[in-house]
Design a protein around this ligand. Structure first.
Ligand SMILES: Nc1nc2c(c(=O)[nH]1)N[C@H]1C(S)=C(S)[C@@H](COP(=O)(O)O)O[C@H]1N2
Ligand SMILES: [Mo]
Length: 200
């Protein structure tokens, strides 16, 4: 068993090289990792709120979000529990596109992502500005399933996947670094998989 895992890992390494962060192994399925349960969400009352250190706080209804230009990002995702899933096709609104609809204040350095169900995670504004980061509503051409974050989740593929908040409901722009849920339990404040920033 241990031997199988080791040989699997070296095959993955041969196939993917630098694309695969250290200590990760490739899976074909898509595990669900949720602390707590999947929240019940009603699209008619669903909102995405932009708050905190922004020029003007704004809210998007589901229809308003759908009306924004969409994009497809193909990316690999890396969970800190050591699985990676390659070549995911997410569709949604790029964070860079979202920035055409509100203006962070110069003092905004970080964003606390708040989710339906209570989960939070912190991310720097510069990490959110990376070109592949999006608020996704589809995966592989299909609506996200409830357990993977329907109706809307963040996808920030260059960081460990715990940063990719499912059921996101609020982006709170803040001026100082603050830990989110897992970060306050000892997970790394940033979580770069290539540097193996797993724990603090
Ligand atoms: N709201 C919320 N978002 C979350 C989580 C969670 O528990 N609640 N888990 C995180 C973790 S630890 C991981 S690895 C990924 C898992 O996403 P998946 O279940 O779609 O694979 O979601 C992240 N986003
Ligand atoms: Mo995770």
């Amino acid at each position: 068993m241990a031997f199988d895992l080791l040989s699997r890992r070296s095959q993955d390494r041969e196939e993917y090289g630098e694309r695969l962060p250290p200590g990760q192994k490739v899976v074909e399925d898509w595990p669900v990792l949720t602390h707590g349960g999947t929240p019940q969400i009603d699209l008619s009352t669903w909102r995405l709120r932009i708050s905190g250190a922004v020029e003007r706080e704004v809210e998007f209804s589901w229809e308003q979000l759908q009306a924004l230009p969409s994009a497809i990002a193909t990316c690999d995702i890396h969970c800190v529990t050591s699985w990676s899933r390659m070549d995911n096709q997410f569709e949604g609104v790029l964070f860079q596109e979202m920035l055409n609809h509100f203006q962070p204040l110069p003092s905004a350095k970080q964003v606390m992502l708040h989710c339906y169900g209570g989960y939070t995670t912190n991310i720097t504004l510069s990490d959110l500005r990376q070109e592949n980061v999006l608020l996704a509503y589809k995966h592989a051409g299909e609506e996200l399933t409830p357990s993977h974050g329907w109706p809307l989740r963040l996808v920030a593929p260059h960081l460990y996947f715990w940063k990719s908040a499912k059921w996101v409901r609020r982006l709170d722009f803040i001026e100082r670094e603050e830990p989110g849920f897992w970060e306050s339990y000892g997970y790394h404040i940033r979580g770069d998989p290539w540097k193996e920033e797993r724990y603090s």
